[in-house]
Design a protein around this ligand. Structure first.
Ligand SMILES: NC(=O)C[C@H](N)C(=O)O
Length: 474
């Protein structure tokens, strides 16, 4: 079992004194992956290639020409394209599909000498909050293997949690980086909408989808953010905002004003340990001289429905490209064009994906468009305005990342709404585009990790990271 390192700096220090090499690290992680195969975190391990890359990076370190991420071994979610490697979105429809180009983020990680060790299991097309919607089966939480990993980037989170890699990259549409990070006791960052290129990321809901790191430390999250962020000619939704050296600029924050949603403490749907943890941190922050106040968020009940109406509508459009002709699986039973579409899609997509395509198509259809889709767009605007108004007055909004810790595998199979509700605290950042981070906040009495989330103003990641580092040391 390879030792786990909290930050890349620790690894770099050990490399510098000759205690470890990148090759040894990769060998160790591959050993851990083999030992923990039952967790089902990886859809594929790029073992031979990672070992070769590690040797090259060791040589570059010796020559003094290695990049910022030399020594960092990273797993990527299986919806991120890497030329010549399979990318399946954990779906039967893309099971045998090979990427024809590399995503911008993978290019940037490789350019800084990260090693990519494999692609991680996730919910099919990133649709889910428990990694139970994967064609390749569910992922087990390393803290308790009868429990879910969270999702949709569940494999990515467990890969880091069980020390099968140093860090992982996930995608977050409505909480898919933050919630599994919380369930696995890790740091999960969703940057501002427009910070990181989605070129080469399999689209789910394009007005929400973001790439984000899952790490053990805030410093590593900052480092991965600065490497991946910034303009990209292939993604027109990116902002031109300057990308600072977030990791180097981390400094102690001053006294802050923090709002927390009072519903997080009053709602019967929030687990008692989650509430207690929130209260503990509120008290710690107050004791440190920060202003922490409860606020009411009238639109809380509308957040999950608004998110799901819009995400499903966008998904129904994005997933129309999987038609049995252009991409992936084609039904052997198809006889003509129409049956190629019907049979390939019916056989290729899983239950949850089909549910969302149907609901998404419904809310976009004539006669229902205004009642659902257009209305949800308006509510989204209201939520954004209300959130911006809070952030005029406060530096951060503090909430639990999820209403409960990792739940039992199989618990929510019968009722998808239970899973949707698990996004109650994460979708605010998704609907508004604001950056948000999930931070580990200890374990409950059964040893299950709990996470708290901080949300702040658009493009204020530096402040968010500064405060997060401090928060973890409270
Ligand atoms: N993709 C995500 O961010 C997860 C969210 N629970 C969803 O299913 O949409």
């Amino acid at each position: 079992m390879t030792k786990s390192y909290t930050s890349l700096n620790e690894i770099k220090n050990e490399i510098a004194i000759g205690k470890i090499t990148v090759l040894k690290l990769v060998e160790g992680y591959i050993g851990n992956i083999t030992e923990n195969a039952r967790l089902n975190a990886f859809n594929e391990v790029f073992a031979a290639e990672a070992l070769e890359e590690a040797k090259k990076i060791d040589a570059r370190i010796k020559q003094g020409i290695a990049g910022k991420l030399a020594g960092m071994v990273i797993a990527i979610k299986d919806n991120i394209c890497y030329k010549g490697h399979k990318v399946s979105a954990s779906s039967k429809i893309l099971k045998d599909f090979t990427s024809v180009y590399t995503s911008t983020i993978v290019e940037r990680l490789l350019a800084e000498d990260a090693v990519i060790i494999g692609r991680c299991n996730c919910d099919e097309f990133a649709m889910g909050a428990a990694n139970e919607n994967s064609y390749f089966g569910h992922v087990k939480n390393f803290a308790d293997e009868t429990r879910v990993s969270g999702g949709s980037s569940g494999g990515s989170a467990v890969a880091v949690q069980a020390n099968m890699c140093h860090a992982a990259i996930g995608t977050d549409t409505g909480g898919s980086v933050r919630q599994p990070a919380a369930f696995c006791g890790l740091v999960g960052l969703k940057p501002t909408y427009g910070r990181i290129s989605r070129h080469g990321i399999i689209a789910y809901a394009s007005s929400f989808d973001q790439v984000g790191p899952i790490t053990r430390s805030v410093e590593d999250a900052a480092l991965l953010l600065e490497v991946m962020a910034g303009p990209d000619e292939y993604d027109g939704t990116l902002a031109n905002n300057e990308v600072a050296e977030f990791s180097k600029n981390i400094k102690a924050p001053g006294k802050k004003k923090i709002a927390y949603l009072q519903e997080a403490l009053s709602s019967p749907g929030v687990d008692a340990d989650v509430k207690n943890t929130l209260v503990t941190y509120i008290e710690k922050l107050r004791a440190e001289g920060h202003t922490v106040k409860p606020i009411a968020f009238d639109h809380l009940d509308y957040m999950v429905p608004t998110y799901y109406v819009l995400a499903m509508a966008e998904a129904s459009s994005n997933l129309s490209r999987y038609d049995g002709v252009h991409y992936g699986y084609r039904s052997p039973a198809a006889t003509d064009l129409s049956s190629t579409y019907k049979k390939s899609r019916s056989e290729g997509f899983g239950k949850e994906v089909k549910r969302r395509i149907m609901l998404g198509t419904f809310v976009l259809s004539a006669g229902y468009y205004d009642a659902y889709f257009a209305k949800a767009q308006k509510v989204r605007r209201l939520i954004r305005e209300k959130t911006d108004a809070i952030l005029q007055e406060y530096d951060f909004i503090l909430v639990p990342t999820a209403p409960e810790p990792a739940f039992a595998i199989g618990k929510q199979e019968k009722d998808p709404v239970v899973t949707y509700l698990s996004d109650i605290f994460t979708v605010q950042a998704s609907l508004t585009g604001a950056p948000a981070i999930s931070l580990p906040a200890g374990n409950n009495s059964r040893g299950l990790p709990l996470g708290l989330q901080l949300l702040t103003k658009h493009f204020d990641e530096q402040e968010l990271l500064n405060f997060s580092k401090y928060f973890l040391e409270l």
